[in-house]
Design a protein around this ligand. Structure first.
Ligand code: UDX
Length: 434
């Protein structure tokens, strides 16, 4: 199959490289010439484990190409995937679909024959209808079929998620498009990943429902963690105790500082907007959004509280800035609210993150001090706060850490240490829900 990917960001690049690895001929398009130049030079515009090797081997095999010229990419393609951003629109929380519609118009103008157009970007219900309308209005001479095919990739594990998905969801009523999609994903469903054919609106909503459910699961366990702290219970054991029930499941029950990232915050908000538009409230998701927002700031206060008396003039070392490990992504990271509330309380904040410090510089308060490793960050600090559970923080030399600190206080917002180990090393230890 000849596949064109419009948008070579996180989703487009990972999906494009994986499709090429299946043996398809893939052309990744992006308007950003800097990004395409970097890809031609073998440099990845994002950090994702394994992506550089995957791209290199498929470029070498001649199956993966990059261009800024959308028209040349679209000409002769069997399927064109739209994988451009759908950020929250400033002011109202609706998904901003301007990039999707602009790409649609360009695809229509460039089409040379019957074409399957697939929205991979996360788009609100009904977007496929509008995409189809634009295609038909722009090029009444060409036969288009529009498909919804949401991605369920986790950053940091995206290649594995793409190649071994729990399921593939394909939303279309068009039989020919279904065949094209079946052919594109053949290597996966032959590998026994279930492929689910649905209507287009159902597929669009499935993506939002999945993310909202996962965000709800996390928020639920975070509130149970608060309750655990109040009543003297252990949230890790509660999570295990409920998670072993197959109906609940063990995943996404890790209590922490609140969810962040490029998907959950934006998609939960967009779902609320859709619900509002259709006059059908989803109160559970409304509560999730509110609780998660409040939680991020509360985590800052938790660190301040661990400092004891007056926080002013004290120093806190923040370990981990990205919204989760194995990514350099800072979008909606809980660390942003945490660092801000520490600074508001008069605390000097030093930080270390293995991959996220460059991105952090664009979003963090200017007074944040960046350090070269955890021990440098902890040097002279009154507390260390673990905000992101990078593997590099799981086996810190606590004795060495303590020697460099002014006061041995450890606030573990990801529960990656055991209280007895931290206390044995001489730390005053604060966890989440334990
Ligand atoms: C998510 C979805 O998992 C993916 O299917 C979708 O396509 C895009 O959004 P991602 O944003 O990469 O992927 O991150 P994910 O691993 O899901 O974590 C999201 C946030 O939830 C992170 O801030 C993470 O720290 C937090 N989280 C996750 C918890 O606090 N506890 C958990 O148990 C799991």
């Amino acid at each position: 199959m000849r596949i064109t990917m419009i948008g070579s960001g996180y989703v487009g690049l990972v999906s494009g490289a994986c499709f090429a690895d299946f043996g398809h001929a893939v052309c990744c398009v992006d308007k950003d010439a800097g990004k395409i130049d970097a890809l031609h030079a073998g440099r990845m515009p994002i950090y994702e484990p394994g992506l550089d090797q995957l791209v290199a081997s498929n470029v070498a095999a001649g199956r993966l190409t990059f261009t800024t010229d959308l028209a040349s990419g679209v000409a002769g393609a069997d399927a064109v995937f739209i994988a451009v951003g759908t950020p929250s629109r400033r002011g109202d929380g609706h998904a901003d679909l301007s990039y999707v519609y602009a790409a649609t118009e360009e695809i229509a103008r460039a089409a040379t024959g019957p074409l399957v157009v697939v929205t991979k970007s996360t788009v609100p219900v009904g977007t496929g209808d509008r995409v189809e309308q634009i295609l038909r209005d722009t090029r009444p001479d060409i036969e288009f079929a529009v498909v919804s095919n949401p991605e369920f990739l986790r950053e940091g594990a995206a290649i594995g998620d793409f190649k071994r998905p729990d399921r593939i969801v394909i939303g279309t009523d068009d039989e020919r498009a279904r065949e094209v999609m079946r052919e594109i994903y053949r290597p996966l469903y032959l590998g026994e990943s279930p492929i689910l054919f649905t209507g287009r609106r159902t597929s669009e909503l499935t993506k939002y429902a999945a993310n909202a459910f996962l965000a709800t699961k996390i928020t639920f366990i975070n509130e149970i963690a608060n309750l655990c702290e109040a009543v003297g219970a252990d949230v890790k054991d509660v999570a295990r105790g409920i998670g072993l029930d197959n109906r609940i499941g063990r995943k996404f029950l890790h209590a922490g500082p609140g969810y962040g990232g490029s998907c959950f915050p934006k998609d939960t908000l967009a779902l609320l907007k859709t619900a509002e538009d259709f006059d059908t409230p989803v109160h559970v998701v409304e509560a999730v959004v509110k609780v998660n927002d409040v939680r991020k700031r509360a985590m800052g206060r938790k660190v301040v509280a661990a400092l004891g008396a007056d926080p002013r003039g004290r120093t806190v070392a923040v370990l981990g800035l990205t919204f989760k490990p194995n990514t350099d992504d800072m979008r909606d990271a809980p660390s942003i609210a945490i660092v801000q509330s520490l600074i508001d309380a008069g605390v000097t904040v030093k930080a270390y993150d293995p991959e996220g410090m460059d991105a952090a510089k664009g979003v963090m308060p200017a007074s944040l001090v960046y350090c070269g490793d955890p021990y440098e960050a902890a040097d002279g600090a009154d507390a260390v706060a673990i905000v992101t559970e990078w593997d590099a923080f799981r086996a810190l030399d606590l004795a060495r850490l303590k020697r460099t600190m002014k006061a041995p206080v450890l606030v573990d917002l990801r529960n990656i240490y055991e209280r007895q180990d931290a206390e044995r090393a001489g730390f005053s230890y604060t966890a989440i829900g334990r």
